[in-house]
Design a binder for this molecule. Structure first.
Ligand SMILES: Cc1cc2nc3c(=O)[nH]c(=O)nc-3n(C[C@H](O)[C@H](O)[C@H](O)COP(=O)(O)OP(=O)(O)OC[C@H]3O[C@@H](n4cnc5c(N)ncnc54)[C@H](O)[C@@H]3O)c2cc1C
Length: 423
């Protein structure tokens, strides 16, 4: 009788659970080691507890614009082999009911815990042996296979397990370290001589000392464009922006934070330009303002600048954002004698709202990031995600140098790697 392969999987997150299942379905005897007392802690906090697990928009054409990857052509080779229909098929094969909100794919219950339960049930059915409270401290490759040094997360006695014929490392990146992925798995890979790009935060808020307290809590629809030192376009995204003192957040800010973090780590200046009229053409804005001014009775002039502008832009922006824009345009303490001057002030406020500039000084760190960029370049693994440096060792999920924008792309990639691993 043929001997069953012994495979160790490190990390019971989305990619590790899928990888363990894949290995067990291929007939291997699989041990899945998880440092935390419970598996899949990050899954539980995804999508604000609802778990946006995939996205209908994922296709050969959209992948290059939705992911940052060191080698986009290598990423396409992977995504082409695991289209979104394959991801849906995999999740449904676990019995998970799915639904769609816009392009986002979610569990029908909108409960992230149900995604975790389905993955755990699938792993159990496939025969995976899950060992929680087992933190891998070191991976060694000996002549007869892989050996792992393990202990409890809090320390204590070290035990050695092995040999394993193969080892799949699914220990995650450096974002949200409380969930267990604190960058330690990347360090183990480096120790084995595997090339690894330094991790940086991504999908997180942008820091700017120029965002005043007045804007705290304000939300506005718009477009954020990141510019480099020569005014060159680095990244752009549209949607609902959120402000707090010294910070710009919201999905569009998260989506461009990869580029901001990277540039700032290279000590290069970054500017964010916000267009709060991104959903209107300049002509529409101009005409809208004209119409409103023409409806103001003659008796309204001369008029206090603040009052006139509040009347013209009522319902357009949150009050505090309008106060900020009025302050920025210098209209606060002025009296405008006639329609023409009010029109000039309103058009200049609109122009300001269309191009608000903030110097970006940094990003929120790993604690508040949803993912980390960096990791093992795709050129360092085979199409089956086997390391070219250490044959027999496979790498999945966020440990690879790929990160997606908001909207289910990162969990899609985690599951993709878990399903394509081993070939
Ligand atoms: C707040 C938040 C919201 C998010 N929302 C979404 C969303 O809605 N949609 C989306 O697509 N993505 C989302 N993401 C990103 C997504 O969750 C991750 O990209 C994805 O879970 C990465 O999966 P992974 O398996 O690579 O790593 P992880 O999920 O980080 O799993 C790694 C596992 O390995 C374990 N581990 C680490 N080191 C060791 C060790 N030495 N020994 C044993 N075990 C170890 C960890 O404890 C952990 O359980 C979100 C992330 C955060 C933080």
């Amino acid at each position: 009788m043929e001997k069953r392969e012994k495979i160790a999987v490190i990390g019971a997150g989305a990619s590790g659970l899928a990888a363990a299942m894949t290995a067990a379905e291929k007939g291997a005897c699989v041990s899945l080691f998880e440092r935390k007392k419970e598996p899949g802690r990050k899954i539980l906090i995804t999508g604000n507890g609802k778990c946006n697990i995939g996205n209908r928009q994922i296709s050969h054409d959209t992948v290059p614009g939705c992911f940052y990857a060191d080698h986009p052509e290598r990423l396409l080779e992977l995504t082409d082999r695991f289209p979104v229909e394959a991801q849906i098929g995999f999740l449904e094969s676990l019995g998970l009911w799915l639904t769609e909100r816009g392009d986002g794919i979610y569990p029908r219950s909108m409960q992230a815990g149900d995604v975790l339960s389905a993955l755990l049930r699938g792993a159990k059915k496939a025969g995976v042996s899950l060992l929680c409270g087992s933190m891998v401290r070191e991976i060694e490759k000996g002549p007869d296979g892989f050996y792992l040094s393990l202990s409890k997360e809090e320390g204590g006695e070290i035990r050695r397990e092995g040999p394993f014929d193969k080892c799949i490392v699914s220990g995650g990146g450096s974002a949200a370290p409380k969930t267990g992925s604190d960058g330690n798995a990347g360090k183990m890979l480096r120790k084995l001589g595997i090339p690894f790009r330094d991790p940086l935060p991504a999908l997180c808020a942008l820091k700017s000392p120029e965002v005043p307290k007045l804007l705290s809590g304000v939300r506005a629809r718009g477009e954020i464009t990141l510019l480099g030192e020569k005014g060159e376009l680095l990244a752009a995204s549209k949607g609902e922006l959120q402000f707090s003192e010294g910070e710009i957040s919201g999905i569009p800010a998260f989506d461009v934070s990869h580029m901001a973090a990277r540039r700032i780590s290279e000590n290069r200046p970054v500017t964010a330009v916000l267009n709060l009229f991104a959903d209107h053409s300049p002509e529409e804005v101009r005409e809208g303002i004209k119409g409103r001014i023409s409806r103001m009775p003659d008796a309204r002039f001369p008029v206090e600048g603040r009052e006139a502008l509040e009347e013209i832009f009522v319902g357009c922006f949150w009050d505090r954002l309008l106060s900020f824009l009025i302050r920025e345009t210098g209209a606060e303490n002025r009296i405008y004698p006639g329609r023409l001057q009010v029109s000039d002030a309103a058009q200049s406020l609109a122009a300001r709202a269309g191009a608000l500039r903030f110097r970006i000084a940094g990003t929120a760190g790993f604690d508040r990031a949803q993912v980390s960029q960096g990791g093992v370049p795709l050129t360092e693994v085979s199409e089956n995600l086997e390391s070219l440096t250490v044959p027999g060792l496979y790498i999945t999920g966020e440990l690879l140098d790929v990160d997606g924008i908001c909207g289910g792309y990162n969990l899609y990639f985690a599951l993709l790697t878990g399903r394509l691993v081993l070939g």
